[in-house]
Design a protein around this ligand. Sequence first.
Ligand SMILES: Cc1cc2nc3c(=O)[nH]c(=O)nc-3n(C[C@H](O)[C@H](O)[C@H](O)COP(=O)(O)OP(=O)(O)OC[C@H]3O[C@@H](n4cnc5c(N)ncnc54)[C@H](O)[C@@H]3O)c2cc1C
Length: 530
Amino acid sequence: MKRWDGWGDEEFEYRITESAIRYLSDMIGDGIRIVITPKNLIINKISSNKKITFPQASTSKEDRFLHSRGQSLPDWIDIKFNRVKTIPDGVIYPTNEDDVHELLKLASLKKKVVLIPFGGGTSVLGHINPLKDKRPILSVDMSKMRDLIDLDKESQLAKFEAGVKGPDIEAQLRANGYTLGHYPQSFEYSTLGGWIATRSAGQESLKYGGIVDLFKGGVIETPKGTLISKNYPASGAGIDIRELILGSEGRLGIITKADVKISKIPEQEDFYGVFFPTWKLGFSAVRQIVQMGLPLSMLRYSTKEETEITLKLAGHSKLIGALESMLRIRGIGDEKCMLILGLSGSRRELRFAKNAARDTIKKNKGVFAGKVFGEQWRKSRFKTPYLRNTLWDLGYAVDTLETATTWVNIPKMIKEIESSLKSTAETFNERILVFTHLSHFYPTGGSIYTTVIFRIVDDPDELLDRWKQLKTAASEAIIRLGGTISHQHGVGLDHKQFLEQDKGELGVDLMSSIFKEIDPYGIMNPGKLV
Ligand SMILES: Cc1cc2nc3c(=O)[nH]c(=O)nc-3n(C[C@H](O)[C@H](O)[C@H](O)COP(=O)(O)OP(=O)(O)OC[C@H]3O[C@@H](n4cnc5c(N)ncnc54)[C@H](O)[C@@H]3O)c2cc1C
């Protein structure tokens, strides 16, 4: 069963060792544990809903509560401290395209209603949170629309209903010998519609591309009618409607189905751990490998701090001890930086890509540590987010930030993001853990992903204020240095104030005009994105 006050399945616990707990305590102090109000007490106190005239809507308090927040740190603070103030008045579960079409028609006629498309609710930026509104608010949960509608093997296209989650997509495609290859870390719960609406990126984007590359067309039901983007392989016919749907964050309408590019299941997939003696050498190797256009599936390059923390929190102390001794003999010591390198394709392609990558790695003094670490990473790739639960229970909060910028800008950007976070934490006399990796790559640059861990305080206002200060400082650093406010998480509520600096005033005006034109009464997810 899905956890109501954290990430993932209740059954899975991400355990960390006593020495990892001591490490955290040494680095940032003992965690501060808080007591959480049980779910039934919270739900009992939920006020009754505004009157809804949509007969299919569930008005169960539990249903409404479970659709009220996503997975951002402010969402966690609201839930854990029992201060969720805005809750949808009802939840609708459409079962097919016609249901959504009728819903939009009715909602547009009534005008006085708000609809919030809900995929998996894994947003980390407040995308699905209801805002205060006099109108009744309906969360439109797409989880019943999860079928594979069509598979065109010749054109390598699959058509899915938009509420389908990662594991269901892969199961339905793999049964036919295909894969989508889109693996965000939220894979277990996030949906195709959510990925499209937030321009998501998966871990193997180097091979398969992000959702912007995989999404080939689809249908979105809007307040003004049905908008279709046909699955042309390419088109020179004016502005691309597909691009309007991508990143629309529920403001344009509800995506009901989508055509996606699929690939044959690769013959082989391997993941390797590679270590470099310094950040600079590894960074240079990664850039060269990306720009050579080698057929790799992923690269994930961690700073020295992230490498250290990953190894500390991983457990397996004997294995890591042996690795560190081996690396030391090869001249790689305390400054070491870890690269996870993924290969996928035919055996021949793998051999070629590995040899070519190995040459570049060698020239930059890197050492292949074999498949053990790569495999370990693969096995836990969707389990790492559960660490957020464990750390919260120990009294620590976790947040992540991300951007993308050009190669030339990356080193300075990392430095500025990290130092802005640390100096902000100093103002409230706290030590924090900050560490970064690079994950999605392009010939011209890549994405930066920074994690920050800090102690919880038992006053939720104070905790939220600390989060806000950290988030603002890092976001300002990102914008100041010319990065985008988001590479993959989107805008939602938490990045909204920075969108104008990202897109320019005219850019934001243009976006707002599109939403106004298609949704004149502002019924679709108001207050998000713009
Ligand atoms: C632990 C964790 C790890 C994550 N890892 C990644 C990652 O690796 N890569 C990445 O890109 N993101 C990641 N995310 C962020 C999040 O998973 C993505 O933004 C994801 O795309 C959201 O999908 P969802 O189905 O959960 O959408 P939701 O959170 O339900 O909704 C997100 C937005 O999309 C809209 N929306 C959803 N469905 C539809 C639809 N059918 N039609 C129209 N609008 C719709 C909603 O209204 C909302 O504005 C992570 C989040 C968590 C919590």
